[in-house]
Design a protein around this ligand. Sequence first.
Ligand SMILES: [Zn+2]
Length: 95
Amino acid sequence: MPTTIVRCNLDGCRAPAAYKIAATWSDGSLSELKSYGFTCADHLGPVFREAEQRHLRYHPASGENVEELGIYKYEQGKRDRALQRLWGLEENYRS
Ligand SMILES: [Zn+2]
């Protein structure tokens, strides 16, 4: 099975993603991790801040709920629900 390498979202960076930036989205019956970006270990700061801007601008439709942005340890092939949320890291980057 071919695997797609997910790379850092920062322009010009070719490093594989180490973190996924995402927020839990739900509409009352379904819930999933809505992805806001992927980043390598070096670019978590700029990529998180850019994701935060998009997250702040997003206005959920009625019935939709988007929770705060989180940083998850990204592991290739792992399902969203299995990703580990890195609460300690988020404290360093949240503005
Ligand atoms: Zn990078």
